[in-house]
Design a protein around this ligand. Sequence first.
Ligand code: AVJ
Ligand code: FE
Length: 450
Amino acid sequence: MTAFDSRVDPAALAEEALRDHIAGELTRARERTQWLTGAVDEADLVGQHSPLMSPLVWDHAHIGNQEEIWLLRDVGGRAGVRTDIDQIYDAFANARADRPSLPLLSPTQARRYVRQVRDEVLDVLSATPLAGRRLTRNGFVYGMVVQHEQQHDETMLATHQLRRTGPPLQAPAPVAERSARLPAEVLVPAGEFDMGTSTEAWALDNERPAHRLELPAFWIDTVPVSNADYLAFLADGGYATPRWWTPDGWAYRQRAGLTAPLFWQQDAVGSWWRRSFGTLVPVEPEEPVLHVCQHEAAAYAAWAGRRLPTEPELEKAARWDPVTGRSRRYPWGDGDPTPELANLGQRHLRPARVGSYPAGASPLGVHQLIGDVWEWTASTFGPYPGFEVFPYPEYSKVFFGTDYYVLRGGSFGTDPSACRATFRNWDFPIRRQIFAGFRTARSAGPEDTP
Ligand code: AVJ
Ligand code: FE
């Protein structure tokens, strides 16, 4: 047992306690949605701040529509609130860039719609057994809907970061305790570990099932790559040197004219600034680099004489306990995240300096594997051996293949309910508007093995 073992395990709760837990999680997600949609006026809710993103009012009603489809119609067997708008809020039927021209609910209608759905959902929750169907066992489908809302909340937060109109967003800066002196990298010894999960009640289909995997020894950065590190790559002409980039990466660098992370600008005397939720702030040398795409991350790693970690390497670094040989739920143990352990949940609007959250480090001493910034990996998004679609192919299966790269660990904008050491995120390798950074790794040599 560690000091950080306080855990809400839906599978261990009696049915009444589980209902209370679900209701609490639904309410917490809704409070965040209300904050994100209440932060700007009507024009900024319906406007499109970037062709990469939906109007905020689309996300808002889409959250309610998914909740209606799964919890009212499927679980509750009810007619639903609005059966005429499914097509408008179907993410597959409408590309993000086209969503502003759809006949969307107005901000007032969207607010009313999600409230009506929620009122009826709370009724279903109290009236429907949780045992029986696999969909409702341990409250899974409610957990899925909670995570869906929180994921769209993070997407809406990214839209706020992109917008150039309306008021800035504000939150206190992280004030984390810092580790004294850390080694640059940590050796993860060769051997087997358990990847994925078959027991986490609210884990999504792509995290399942648990399976044993053998990895060769590797070294991994103790902390994420910092702005100071990344500035050295810039200063060394990293963006002008094709040999650090993959062919696809270089082609994209050229086509998009990349010269620095998204939202960065340089002033007349050469200092770097970045736009952060509507405010220009200095690029802090000790903060993890943020808003880089996978191609930039891989180019930096090549320049540093290293590489990006693979997805299994990052999960082993985060979960494997060398004493027990067991995989933990989180780097610090099996307990749920707290503000002392990780920068999650939009409490802050920026990552904490590298080396923060020593209490949240992994057994091997790797820091900040949960929270602060999503971390790009070298791996494309695919199914684990034994993968089964559950409950719908459009969550994971349709994205499997070589188009998407996996990100791990969550960011300051990720809610704890949508973040585990098994949680898998994915995006195109060119995407920079997500809250992503990275760390690097290298394969160990024979001289590293005792
Ligand atoms: C897992 C974050 C890639 O936002 O596209 C939201 C989550 N799935 N609605 C996304 C999701 C359906 C998904 N990501
Ligand atoms: Fe969605």
